[in-house]
Design a protein around this ligand. Structure first.
Ligand SMILES: *Cc1c(COP(=O)(O)O)cnc(C)c1O
Length: 370
């Protein structure tokens, strides 16, 4: 966050329009242009983006959605909000993304969609997943919460080349932030129109249109909608942030490359390589200790913390959480569980200094259990 963000937020407050209005429209336009998408629809966060995307696909009670178990809890929660069932399919340990080779075996007559997750911003195998979706007449959608600024086969994530619905997050842990916020890109005008209705109570004429009308107009509510709006104050932040994406991604990739070079030769440590067909934004930097128990991994994290270096555990295995075991019983996805237990997320942020980078590298190398 810098002076541009402060200036744009100030201007917005002084403009007198602070809820969803002209700044949201402008953010949508710029986001669509930068993603190579036909339409972008701003919403309150990525969880609501996923919920609405499933709703426009008409996914509901009795339907199944294939999703990797290895993700933040919001990914599968959005499926439960629709009354549908998340059917977990294990990951490829090399990428931590849905393994396309395991998907076909999980398809049933009730399967409606495949939800790809670009975990830590590393692009999922969209080409293989899109081919499966087409072959089995399923929808494909993307949880791209972490993936702003990443590319797959030369296209920005969000371009709708492989799927019609891509959902982004603007939470502070992602690439750019509006405090909270989200965006959906789509190539379909009918989806875009429906998403705009659903995010604002199903209201046929929004307040901005009413405000600009020279005649008295009344709105109607013909479908059940939600209040999932982004505000103009948040959109102002987003506009300044969006313009920083290339610089943010470049710096993150620089730090990631420094870490890769330092950790590639440390015994007992596995690093995650950029897939050949992708450009990865380095949203989070994970290292893995394939021979360690979760307890030994936590002891390593404690040693870092004792030196003032905060780290985080790996990505969740959603199926192990109470919200899922209480509904679906105990399930096992060994590759997801092992990755959750053996990974550590290291500090990586745009403003990191060379001194800080070296301090993290030195401490990780010294404490790495071998
Ligand atoms: C952060 C995250 C979400 C949730 O995003 P919010 O904007 O906080 O709702 C969903 N999926 C993944 C993979 C995430 O990392």
């Amino acid at each position: 966050m810098g002076d541009e963000e402060i200036t744009l937020v100030n201007e917005t407050i002084r403009s007198g329009w602070i809820t969803q209005g002209p700044r949201v429209l402008q953010l949508e336009k710029e986001f669509a242009a930068r993603s190579g998408a036909a339409h972008a629809i701003a919403v309150s966060n990525c969880t609501t983006a996923l919920h609405l995307s499933l709703l426009v696909l008409e996914i509901g009670a009795g339907d199944e959605v294939i999703v990797p178990p290895h993700s933040y809890i919001a990914t599968a929660n959005a499926i439960l909000y629709c009354g549908a069932k998340p059917v977990f399919v294990d990951i490829d340990p090399a990428t931590l993304n849905l393994d396309p080779r395991l998907v076909a075996a999980a398809i049933t007559p009730r399967t409606k969609a495949i939800m790809a997750v670009h975990q830590v911003g590393r692009p999922a195998e969209l080409e293989a997943l899109a081919a499966l979706a087409q072959q089995h007449q399923l929808a494909l959608l993307e949880d791209a919460a972490c993936a702003a600024g990443s590319e797959y086969r030369g296209q920005p994530i969000g371009s709708n080349t492989w799927s019609s619905l891509v959902c982004f997050s603007f939470h502070p842990r992602k690439i750019i932030s509006t405090g909270d916020g989200g965006m959906i890109t789509t190539d379909r005008a009918d989806y875009a129109a429906k998403l705009r209705l659903l995010r604002q109570h199903g209201m046929s004429i929004n307040d901005l249109q009413r405000h600009g009308s020279k005649t008295v107009v009344a709105e109607e509510y013909s479908i059940l909608g939600y209040n999932y709006r982004l505000t103009d104050v948040q959109a102002a932040l987003g506009l300044a942030q969006l313009r920083r994406v290339p610089a943010i991604v470049a710096r993150r990739r620089e730090i990631g490359a420094r870490y890769d070079a330092a950790f590639a030769t440390v015994p007992g440590v596995t690093i995650f390589r950029e897939p050949a067909h992708a450009r990865w934004n380095q949203q989070s930097y994970l290292i893995r200790f394939p021979a360690l128990s979760a307890a030994a991994r936590d002891a390593f994290m404690q040693k870092l913390l004792d030196e003032g270096i905060a780290s985080r555990r790996g990505i969740l295995s959603m199926h192990r959480e109470g919200a899922y075991t209480s509904r679906f019983g105990v399930q096992h996805f060994p590759k997801s569980e092992a990755a959750s237990d053996q990974c550590v997320c290291l500090p990586l942020y745009t403003q990191m200094t060379d001194v800080e980078i070296n301090r993290v590298i030195e401490a990780v190398v010294r404490h790495a259990p071998r």
